[in-house]
Write a protein that binds this ligand. Structure first.
Ligand code: HEC
Ligand code: HEC
Ligand code: HEC
Ligand code: HEC
Ligand code: HEC
Length: 233
């Protein structure tokens, strides 16, 4: 006895066709969403204080970690506290007749923040920096694993040390993450150079050769995740 009618023999073929056509549409939608057209490259919001990386990280030569010391922790901890700035700016721009006024208007918000500290509010009112980079909540991203693997800030943020105002340099799209995860070698450097914006691989050494040399020198062999669960946890 036949349970299914004979016509259903065509079902697998029909299903396969439907999948192929439907798959094409999905691929297009996915390709659009993940392509650089749909991202915010160049986004550079105005900040409450005209802070310049070109001056501080470039000309003054400060290491990124002087201010971004908590690079593996939360956003709030990532942007430096007023105290980090005032270590220098209290002397640079204080000392006027009114100690609460900066001698230079551009840094007044730092002074306002600094003098808003009270026993009830030991941190004071923080400066309201506007966030530039922002991944959706469904993506897991962790700086520390990238830094300890030898991926430098410049690979993902560009030449921050030359930026007067921080702007998003890379798409931060899924395709962008995956491009590097599939072939990380061109982006690897010695861990000691991760904040060196000007670092370049020695001339004439192929990425693969250089990556091998790094492992010989004791750096870890990297296998970035390409499976969905690696970045969507
Ligand atoms: C003197 C302190 C200081 C130093 C040194 C410094 N930064 Fe910053 N950084 C800041 C402040 C303040 C902000 C928030 C305001 C802004 O975006 O300009 C910031 C913002 C950023 C952002 C954008 C964060 C966001 O909102 O998405 C990136 C990326 C960044 N810094 C990278 C770097 C890199 C790379 C270096 C080293 C070359 C560096 N910084 C050195 C103080 C510093
Ligand atoms: C290591 C010392 C140091 C630290 C830390 C530091 N700065 Fe500066 N900053 C300077 C120097 C030096 C200048 C140049 C001063 C000048 O030209 O009068 C400057 C200039 C500035 C200016 C421009 C002032 C003007 O002339 O218009 C701003 C704004 C500023 N800093 C903000 C910040 C902020 C915000 C932080 C904390 C995230 C910070 N700085 C941390 C040393 C420092
Ligand atoms: C592998 C790529 C990559 C590298 C390397 C990298 N970043 Fe980022 N950075 C990102 C991404 C992606 C975000 C956005 C994270 C989010 O929205 O959760 C980000 C965000 C930031 C922020 C904003 C605060 C935050 O946590 O969202 C700062 C500040 C920052 N990066 C500084 C640095 C510094 C300094 C270095 C080098 C020491 C560095 N980054 C290296 C990709 C990178
Ligand atoms: C320039 C190269 C590069 C880019 C861009 C990059 N990654 Fe990675 N990623 C790596 C390397 C290298 C590792 C380290 C693999 C290892 O240690 O074996 C890594 C590891 C990871 C891990 C594993 C963390 C863990 O705890 O095991 C996650 C998750 C991750 N990346 C997410 C992302 C996301 C999300 C993006 C895009 C927003 C991104 N990465 C962009 C190179 C990159
Ligand atoms: C290397 C990290 C990484 C891996 C691996 C990864 N994704 Fe993503 N995914 C991302 C990032 C980053 C975004 C956010 C892109 C953006 O905002 O433009 C994203 C976004 C998405 C979105 C949401 C699209 C939207 O419009 O917000 C879906 C759905 C998705 N990924 C599915 C997957 C599937 C299915 C896999 C496995 C085949 C996968 N991802 C593997 C990093 C990753």
């Amino acid at each position: 006895m036949q349970i299914f009618p004979r016509t259903l023999n065509f079902l697998p073929l029909v299903a396969a066709l439907a999948l192929a056509i439907g798959g094409g549409v999905v691929t297009f939608v996915v390709a659009y969403y993940f392509s650089p057209w749909n991202t915010q490259v160049g986004y550079a919001p105005v900040q409450p204080v005209p802070f310049s990386h070109r001056l501080h990280a470039g000309q003054l030569g400060m290491d990124c970690r002087y201010c971004h010391a908590q690079i593996e922790r939360s956003y709030e901890a990532m942007v430096p506290s007023t105290q980090t700035c005032m270590g220098c700016h209290v002397t640079l721009h204080g000392g006027g007749t009114d100690p609460h006024r900066a001698t230079h208007a551009s840094v007044q918000p730092l002074f306002d923040s600094w003098f808003s500290v009270t026993p009830e509010m030991p941190q004071g009112e923080p400066v309201e920096w506007v966030r530039v980079h922002n991944l959706p909540d469904h993506v897991y991203f962790d700086h520390s694993v990238h830094l300890s693997a030898g991926v430098g800030c410049a690979s993902c943020h560009g030449r921050i040390d030359q930026m007067e105002v921080v702007r998003q340099d890379q798409p931060l799209s899924m395709a962008w993450c995956l491009d590097c995860h599939r072939d990380p070698e061109p982006n690897l450097r010695p861990v000691s150079e991760i904040t060196n914006m000007a670092w370049e691989r020695p001339e004439g050494v192929a990425p693969h050769e250089f990556a091998e040399q790094l492992v010989d020198d004791g750096q870890r062999y990297v296998v970035p995740p390409e499976n969905c669960g690696g970045c969507h946890r």
